[in-house]
Design a protein around this ligand. Structure first.
Ligand SMILES: Cc1ncc(C[n+]2csc(CCOP(=O)(O)OP(=O)(O)O)c2C)c(N)n1
Ligand SMILES: [Mg+2]
Length: 881
C-alpha cells in the first residue's frame, strides 16, 4: 500500500471508533499505551511504524482540557494595553529627534500577552520563597520597562532615558546587568546565548539542590526566545541535556511570530512544526498554542478535517500574509482552498476573519499552557506560541520590515491607540504622552496587588552577596615553598590548589571544578574518586575501573561538573555558578578548566555576556602556550587567548610562570571577589611543561608586584639588558641571561605575570596625566619599575607579539618583543621555540642587537655572538610559513 493512501476508509473509521471507546472508558494515557504496544508489535513483524513527532497544526491542549484563567480579563486587558502604549511611546520618543537611538516595537507587540500572563499569574519575585528566574527576549525590553513604569518602579524620566546611559544611569537598550545592576539578571540579546544559558542554569539549580546547598523547591526558569533565534546552534545545542537531566524546572516560551529581522523565519515551511519535532524528539514536553479561542467554534465544526488539512499545509510565508493583507485576502486564499472550509466562515465578516486570534494573543490559551507547563513533571517544557509580529501597529503589522520600525506614521499611532482604547486625545497624541493611571486607580491597585501576591517585582537583580573567607591560611603555603628538585607543571600546581581549597572548612563546599571531558589531560582524575562527578541519576553501573584508586565515580552528590565535550555548555554552567551569588543568594567559586585554545576563541561571546552578568570565578586555560603544548599542532596551540581575554573589561588575566605566582594570584582573586566583593573574574593560563618550581622570593612587594603584573626574579649590580619573560617562556629568558653572561653581558630578568594588567595600569596613569597637565605627572608601574636602569628591554612570551607590545608606550628605553605569531605546528618544545624565535638563543640574538643599536656592542662583537649562537639569517619569519 502506498503510504498515506486510505483505500478502506470504513475499516479506518472502525479502528478510530475503537480508540475513541478506549479514550472514553479509560482515558488518553491508556489509548497511548495501546498504540505503543501496537507499534512494537508492528516492529516485531518487520515493519517500522512511520511515527511522526509532529502533531497536526493545532493547539496541544484541547478546549475542554484548558485550565481556567482565574483573574479579571477586562482589567488585565486595560493594563496590558497601557503597557503596550507606554512601550510604544518609549521607543517613538527616543527616535523623535535626530539622535537615532533605535529600539524595537514589533517584538514586544507580539510578545505582550506571553509576558503578561507570566507576570499576572506565574513569575514569582524575590520576596517569594521560591523565586523564579526569568530570561526576557532582548528586543522586548521596552515592554518590560513599560510594566515597571506602571508598577511605579520607573519614572517618566527613566523612560525618556531609554538608550541614554552616558550622563546618567538610563535604561539600557537590552537586558544588561552591568549597566542596570539592580534590575536585569541575564544578558541575552546576543541571540542563542539565552537558551543555552537558561538550560545550564536549570541544570546547575538541580545540582545545587542535590548537594544540599540550595533547596530547589518548585522554582522555575522561564526563557522567552524568538523563533528566528532558534536558528542559532547554541539555542538548540543543549536541549538534549535538558531532557536527559529531566529539567522540569525549565520552561521555554518561543514567540513564534514567524518573522525575524529580514523576513519570514521559514517562509516555505512551518517553524512551529519544525521546532515541535526537534524538541519532542529530544524528550521535551511540547505545548503548541496555535489558535486563539475565536477559532474554537470554527474548528469544532470542521468534522471533515478540511480546515485542519489547510492549516497543516499552509506555509509560514503565507500565514504572514493573512495578518498583513487582512480578512478578505484570508477568506479567499486560506479558507478558499476548500469549499467545506469556506463554508465554516460564511457567517463571518472580513473584519471578523481578520480578528480570528492567534493562540499567543489569547490570554486563556496562554494561561492554560503555562498552567500545564508549571505542573509538568519529569521533563522540560517548551511552549510554541503563534503570534503576529508588530501586533496592533496598523499597516506595519506583519510587514517584512516591521522588526526595524522605530517611527510610526500618525495614522498608525492612532490605529494603535484606538485598537487598545488608550485614553489619549487627538490633540495630545503628537506629544506621545506616557499614560499611567492614578495611584489609587483600580488598574494600578490590581497590578500592584498581583505582583505583591507573587513575591514582588520581576526583573530584579540582587547586588549583595555573602562574604566568603578562607579558613586554612596555609592552603597555598606549600606552593610558596617551591618544588625542591622535582619538576612540576603549573597545571599540577593549580590542581593542587583546587584540592586544598575544596578541603577548606569555610569555603570548600562552594568550590566547583568544571571540565569539558579533559580532566585526565589536566591530571584532575584524582578528583573523580575524591569528590565525585555529579550525576542526577547517581551511578547505575559498576564502573570499569572500580578496582582502581582513581575510579570514575558518579554520584548524585558529586561535586565536579563533568559536562562532556561542550565548551559552550561548560561555560554556561560556569556562568550560572559564577552568578549564583546574585541569582541564588549563594556564593559559589567555580573553576572551569579547559584547553586554553578552546576557551575564549570558542566561546568569547558567552564570556562577554558573563562579564555583563558580573560573573565571579576562575577560568583556567590549561595546556596553554603555542610552543609549550608541543605535539598537538595548530588547532590546539594557543598563542592568543590573552589577547582575547583582555577585551573583556572585568576579566583579569594572568600567565604565571611559577607555582607560587599562581598561588598568590588565586589567593588574591579569592579575597578580591569573595571578601571585598569586587565583580571581576579571573583567567589564568597554566601549562603542562614540567620544570623546577622555585620558592617564592623574599621581599615585601613580591605579592603585590605579582598582582600588578611583574616582579624581578634576578638582578645584578649593573645590568645592561632587561629580559622580560612570561609563562613557560620565562625559563628561556633565564637561560638567555646565562648565555649572555658568557659574553660578559649582565642582565636582569623579570617574570611578567600579566601584560594585560600592566597595560591597564599604564593606560590609567597616562589618561590621568593627560587630563591634569598641571599636576606632577604620575608614573605607570612599568615606568616606575624600570627607571632605576635605563637599559634596552626584550620581552618574550608564548603569545603573539601583540600581547607584550601593549606596554611599549610605558617603556622609556628601546623595546623588542618576541612572540609566537603564526600558525602552530607539531614538534618538540625546543624545535617550536626555535621556529617561533622565542628560545633562549633568539632572545640572546635580540638582546645583542639591542645593545649594538645602543652602541654598546660594535659590529664585530655582535657578529661574534651571532656566530657562536649560530644565527640563521635566512630563516623565514614564522608568520609567513
Ligand atoms: C547573535 C546575534 N545575531 C544577530 C542579531 C541581530 N538581530 C537582532 S533581532 C534579530 C531578529 C530576531 O528574530 P526573532 O528571534 O524571531 O525575534 P522577534 O523579534 O521576531 O521576536 C536579529 C537577527 C543579534 N541580536 N544577535
Ligand atoms: Mg520572530
Amino acid at each position: 500500500m502506498k503510504s498515506g493512501k486510505d483505500f478502506d476508509p470504513i475499516e479506518t473509521r472502525e479502528w478510530i471508533e475503537s480508540l475513541d471507546d478506549v479514550i472514553d472508558d479509560q482515558g488518553t494515557e491508556r489509548a497511548s499505551f495501546l498504540l505503543n504496544e501496537l507499534a512494537k508489535h508492528l516492529m516485531d513483524k518487520g515493519a517500522v511504524p512511520s511515527y511522526n513527532l509532529t502533531t497536526p497544526f493545532k493547539n496541544t491542549i484541547s478546549p475542554e482540557n484548558e485550565a481556567m484563567m482565574p483573574g479579571d480579563l477586562f482589567m488585565e486587558r486595560r493594563i496590558r494595553s497601557l503597557i503596550r502604549w507606554n512601550a510604544l511611546v518609549t521607543v517613538l520618543r527616543a527616535n523623535k529627534n535626530d539622535d537615532e537611538l533605535g529600539g524595537h516595537i514589533a517584538t514586544f507587540s507580539s510578545a505582550a500577552m506571553l509576558y503578561d500572563i507570566g507576570f499576572n499569574y506565574f513569575f514569582r519575585g524575590q520576596e517569594s520563597e521560591n523565586d523564579d528566574l526569568v530570561y526576557f527576549q532582548g528586543h522586548s525590553s521596552p515592554g518590560i520597562y513599560a510594566r515597571s513604569f506602571l508598577e511605579g518602579r520607573l519614572s517618566e524620566e527613566d523612560l525618556d532615558n531609554f538608550r541614554r546611559e552616558v550622563d546618567k544611569p538610563g535604561l539600557s537598550s537590552y537586558p544588561h546587568p552591568w549597566l542596570m545592576p539592580d534590575y536585569w539578571q541575564f544578558p541575552v540579546v546576543s541571540m542563542g546565548l539565552g537558551p543555552i544559558s537558561a538550560i545550564y542554569q536549570a541544570h546547575v539549580m538541580k545540582y545545587l539542590h542535590a548537594r544540599g546547598l540550595k533547596d530547589l523547591g518548585d522554582r522555575k526558569i522561564w526563557g522567552f526566545w524568538g523563533d528566528g533565534e532558534m536558528d542559532e546552534p547554541e539555542s538548540l545545542g543543549a536541549i538534549g541535556l535538558a531532557a536527559r537531566e529531566k529539567l522540569d524546572n525549565l520552561i521555554f516560551v518561543i514567540n513564534c511570530n514567524l518573522q525575524r529581522l529580514d523576513g519570514p523565519v521559514r517562509g516555505n515551511g512551518k517553524v512551529i512544526q519544525e521546532l515541535e519535532r526537534q524538541f519532542r524528539g529530544s524528550g521535551w514536553n511540547v505545548i503548541k498554542v496555535v489558535w486563539g479561542r475565536l477559532w474554537d467554534p470554527i474548528i469544532a465544526k470542521d468534522k471533515g478535517g478540511h480546515l485542519q488539512k489547510i492549516m497543516d499545509e499552509v506555509v509560514d510565508g503565507e500565514m504572514q500574509n493573512f495578518k498583513a493583507k487582512g480578512g478578505s485576502y484570508t477568506r479567499e486564499n486560506f479558507f478558499g482552498k476548500h469549499p467545506e472550509a469556506l463554508k465554516l466562515v460564511k457567517g463571518l465578516s472580513d473584519e471578523e476573519i481578520y480578528k480570528l486570534n492567534r493562540g499567543g494573543h489569547d490570554p486563556y490559551k496562554v494561561y492554560a499552557a503555562y498552567h500545564e507547563a508549571v505542573n509538568h513533571k519529569g521533563a522540560p517544557t517548551v511552549i510554541l506560541a503563534l503570534t503576529t509580529k508588530g501586533y496592533g501597529v496598523g499597516s506595519r503589522e506583519a510587514d517584512n520590515t516591521t522588526h526595524q520600525v522605530k517611527k510610526l506614521s500618525l495614522d498608525n499611532i492612532k490605529i494603535f491607540r484606538d485598537r487598545f482604547d488608550i485614553p489619549v486625545s487627538d490633540g495630545e497624541i503628537e506629544d506621545l504622552p506616557y499614560v499611567r493611571p492614578k495611584e489609587d486607580s483600580p488598574e494600578i491597585k490590581y497590578l500592584k496587588e498581583t505582583r505583591e501576591k507573587l513575591g514582588g517585582p520581576v526583573p530584579k537583580r540582587r547586588e549583595h552577596s555573602e562574604t566568603l573567607k578562607l579558613k586554612n591560611k596555609d592552603a597555598f603555603k606549600v606552593l610558596h615553598e617551591g618544588s625542591g628538585e622535582r619538576k612540576v607543571s603549573t597545571t599540577t600546581n593549580c590542581v593542587r590548589i583546587m584540592n586544598n581549597l575544596i578541603k577548606d572548612e569555610n569555603l570548600g563546599e562552594r568550590v566547583v571544578p568544571i571540565v569539558p571531558d579533559e580532566a585526565r589531560t589536566f591530571g584532575m582524575e584524582g578528583m573523580f574518586k575524591q569528590i565525585g562527578i555529579y550525576s542526577s541519576e547517581g551511578q547505575l553501573y559498576e564502573p570499569e575501573d572500580a578496582d582502581q584508586v582513581m575510579w570514575y565515580k558518579e554520584s548524585e552528590t558529586g561535586v565536579m561538573l563533568e559536562e562532556g565535550i561542550t565548551e559552550a555548555g561548560s561555560f554556561a554552567a560556569w556562568t550560572a555558578l559564577a552568578t549564583s551569588y546574585s541569582n541564588h543568594n549563594l556564593t559559589m567559586i567555580p573553576f572551569y578548566v579547559f584547553y586554553s585554545m578552546f576557551g575564549f576563541q570558542r566561546i568569547h561571546d558567552l564570556a562577554w555576556a558573563a562579564g555583563d552578568a558580573q560573573a565571579k570565578g576562575f577560568l583556567i586555560g590549561a595546556t596553554s602556550g603555542r610552543t609549550t603544548l608541543n605535539g598537538e599542532g595548530l588547532q590546539h596551540q594557543d598563542g592568543h587567548s590573552h589577547i582575547l581575554s583582555s577585551t573583556i573589561p572585568n576579566c583579569k588575566s594572568y600567565d604565571p610562570a611559577y607555582g607560587y605566582e599562581l598561588a598568590v594570584i588565586i589567593e588574591h582573586g579569592l579575597r578580591e571577589m569573595y571578601k571585598d566583593k569586587k565583580n571581576y573574574f579571573y583567567y589564568l593560563t597554566v601549562t603542562n611543561e614540567r620544570y623546577v618550581q622555585p620558592p617564592k622570593p623574599k621581599g615585601k612587594d613580591v605579592d603585590s608586584n605579582i598582582i600588578k603584573g611583574m616582579h624581578r626574579i634576578s638582578e645584578t649590580k649593573k645590568p645592561q639588558i632587561r629580559l622580560l619573560g612570561s609563562g613557560a617562556i620565562l625559563n628561556e629568558s633565564s637561560k638567555a641571561a646565562d648565555i649572555l653572561s658568557r659574553f660578559n653581558i649582565e642582565s636582569e630578568v623579570w617574570s611578567v605575570t600579566s601584560f594585560n594588567m600592566l597595560r591597564k595600569d599604564g593606560m590609567e596613569v597616562e589618561n590621568e596625566n593627560i587630563k591634569n597637565p598641571s599636576n606632577k605627572a604620575k608614573e605607570s608601574f612599568v615606568a616606575e619599575s624600570f627607571k632605576e636602569h635605563d637599559i634596552p628591554t626584550v620581552a618574550s612570551t608564548d603569545y603573539m607579539r601583540a600581547y607584550s607590545e601593549q606596554i611599549r608606550p610605558y617603556i622609556n628605553s628601546s623595546y623588542y618583543t618576541l612572540g609566537t605569531d603564526g600558525f602552530g605546528r607539531s614538534d618538540s618544545r625546543q624545535k617550536l621555540r626555535e621556529f617561533f624565535e622565542v628560545d633562549a638563543k633568539s632572545i640572546v640574538m635580540t638582546a645583542a642587537y639591542a645593545l649594538h643599536k645602543e652602541g654598546q656592542l660594535n659590529k664585530k662583537e655582535l657578529q661574534k655572538i651571532y656566530k657562536e649562537i649560530k644565527v640563521n639569517k635566512n630563516k623565514i619569519s614564522p608568520w609567513n610559513t
